[in-house]
Design a binder for this molecule. Sequence first.
Ligand code: UTP
Length: 290
Amino acid sequence: MKKITKAVIPAAGLGTRMLPVAKGIPKEMLPIVDKPCMQYLVEEAVASGITDILIITGRGKEAIEDYFDYNLEYNTKLMASGKEHLMRELNAIADMANITFLRQKEAKGLGHAVYCAKSFVGDEPFAVLYGDDVIVSETPVVKQLTDLYHKYGLGVAGVKAVTPQQIVKYCSLKVEPIEGNAYRVDDMIEKPSPDKIFSLFSILGRVVLPPEIFDILEHTPRGAGNEIQLTDAMRELAVTKGMVACDFVGKRYDIGSKLGLLMANVEQGLAHPETGEAFRAYLKELALDL
Ligand code: UTP
């Protein structure tokens, strides 16, 4: 079976839950301590063996392209001041993988954003990293998923159990255990009413898909929110061919929500070698008055 080397990162959404900041800065570029969220995603993909990444962007998202490029002004300045090591560090961000960009001309939904990657992907299985889901884990989650793809030869969805309050806003999966943290998926439903919930397992931020998904997306109509939903296409894939769910090991942050971004910054600020110690002391003192 062909090794999975391509990944698509959809980042063209309007980010209405992150207004007003999303009006000026793509939410995918908001920082967790000192790195934009998008860098966490690219690093996860690269650590999983991905060599080619297509980032789906849209109007107002130019900051993403600039970030994964050399910055000649910085390079000149850093060279002149003897900080070549810093220059190399900055350039390494651009050299992590073959990163290309494509504009989704209209934010018609995640399914449509993935469909835009059709010619980049060609006839290969590929990974999708949702641009506003940062996952911190020892074994990168994309690697956890591609390992299962190679084992079962079926599309793999990264899942986690969410609360009954959350599941009605997410998608719910019909699952049967296979082994360990792997489940067989036969059906799924986006934003189920309480009587339609299959399980509390929902897809959170990572999937590995076979190229057949493009044939399905081609005829997937607009669904929830009047958007072309990737879940609707994956449902057809699950019903016709079957999919696998991977209850992944990792801490996921929904940085497309204000609370999610705050939680990511607190936890990663505590874990960061430069800020951890002082930040812990600060939080302890602050907590006395909470
Ligand atoms: P979301 O549904 O979380 O993003 O999509 P959104 O539409 O920007 O969010 P809100 O509800 O308005 O706050 C998950 C990922 O898919 C991308 C988003 O940028 C996000 O990273 N996406 C979404 C696209 O690339 N294109 C779309 O049409 C929709």
